[in-house]
Ligand binder design. Structure first.
Ligand SMILES: *Cc1c(COP(=O)(O)O)cnc(C)c1O
Length: 394
């Protein structure tokens, strides 16, 4: 299989598995227990906290272990909501291209009386820091802007947004789930107050993540119960998964520069090959994007059929985010960059890893060409386009 769906999840790395095994077998104590079996697990957790923190420039005391990106995003948004209620501030600024974990949490708050401004993007899929600045009001309590988009891979100017927020004393959260382990992050230099990470997007196991909260941020407790995570997240920690996450993040960060150069070169080879298909287009800026992300639209094609035929050829791809697959609504991100419904339906996301080879890329380009031609041959829309009954958009 050629696995090109690394934005959905990554293979658990060997380093992560090796780091996890002792905590599934020998060191199985509950980190909250006072006996030495428990204390060995507790010490491991504290070591992982420091290692994860070091990767993003945070202190160990600012790292909270959670179940993943969705939980971290929800906790960050609800932290701002609780603060807003106390301070009488009810406005939140975010973007039209956030992950649903942020967008749906914000929708819930809107029903509870919060005002939400979603800053839009241009065709390049990159928000403008000036637009965020203009959206800020005296009653703004939170700005949430993702570091890198999960569908089209575009990198967002979080350093500029962070500076704007810090100058105004507004909380700044960034969903860094696609960024962590792939591009450099520094919570101090980028003035980040809260940041979400998910282990399974950089070679760690599923079901583990981190919410970084700067010292002094009054974190809201999403899960009540025991005193784990300094009272901010109850529930016995998933010690093995956390150890795997720390090892995977350290490995990803220490090899980041070399991996990014190699993977970006393969990504560009893939983009060049696929854009040779007539009436196709790249979604999102060609350069300001994650090293491993390529996302395309093809006119006269239906994304689901494309995926299934590629799967038959041994290629695992995606036509948007996993959360929207199965639904007929086109991706909110593709609509936000101005793709019309018909074109947005014909999208294909291919996301590479450090294991992707040039041969994988060449095989994929040939397979996509073949499948697109096959589907267009059968498509009534494509016939209309050919006969001039419909206008080409791409
Ligand atoms: C995957 C993803 C999430 C959700 O993370 P989970 O750990 O799967 O809950 C949130 N935001 C972005 C940008 C993602 O890519």
């Amino acid at each position: 299989m050629i696995y090109l769906d690394n934005a959905a999840t990554t293979k658990t790395s060997d380093v992560a598995i090796r780091a996890m095994l002792p905590y599934l077998s020998q060191v199985y104590g509950n980190p909250s227990s006072l006996h030495s079996a428990g204390q060995r697990a507790a010490e491991a957790l504290e070591e992982a906290r420091a290692r994860v923190g070091a990767c993003i420039g945070a202190a160990p005391g600012e790292i909270y272990f959670v179940s993943g990106g969705s939980e971290a995003d929800n906790q960050a948004v609800l932290t701002a909501a609780a603060l807003g209620r106390r301070k009488g501030k009810k406005h939140i600024v975010s973007t039209a291209i956030e992950h649903h974990a942020v967008l749906h949490a914000l929708q819930k708050l809107q029903k509870e009386g919060f005002d939400v401004t979603l800053v839009g993007v241009g065709a390049d899929g990159v928000i403008r820091a000036e637009d965020v600045e203009r959206a800020i009001r005296p009653d703004t309590v939170l700005v949430s802007v993702m570091a890198a988009n999960n569908e089209i891979g575009t990198l967002q100017p979080i350093g500029d947004v962070g500076r704007i927020c810090r100058e105004r004393g507004i909380l700044f959260h960034t969903d860094a789930v696609q960024a962590a382990g792939h591009i450099p992050l520094d919570v101090r230099a980028q003035n980040i107050d809260m940041l979400s990470i998910s282990a399974h997007k950089f070679g760690g196991p599923k079901g583990a993540g981190v919410l970084y909260a700067r010292k002094g941020v009054p974190l809201y407790t999403l899960i009540e119960g025991g005193a784990q995570e300094r009272g901010k997240r109850a529930g016995t920690q998933n010690v093995a998964a956390i150890m795997g996450m720390a090892a995977a993040l350290e490995e990803a960060c220490s090899t980041m520069q070399a991996t990014a150069i190699r993977v970006a070169a393969l990504r560009d080879r893939l983009i060049e090959g696929i854009l040779a298909i007539p009436h196709s287009a790249l979604n999102g800026d060609a350069h300001r994007r994650l090293p491993g992300n390529a996302n395309f639209c093809f006119e006269g094609i239906e994304g689901e059929s494309l995926l299934l035929l590629l799967d038959d050829k041994g290629i695992a791809a995606s036509s948007g985010s996993a959360c929207t697959s199965g639904s007929l609504d086109p991706s909110h991100v593709l609509l936000a960059i101005g793709r019309v419904h018909d074109v947005a339906h014909g999208s294909l996301r291919l996301t590479l890893s450090n294991e992707t080879t040039a041969a994988d890329v060449d095989y994929t380009v040939a397979a996509v060409r073949e499948v697109v031609a096959y589907l267009r041959n059968m498509s009534p829309i494509w016939r209309d386009l050919q006969e001039g009954k419909r206008q080409f958009i791409l």
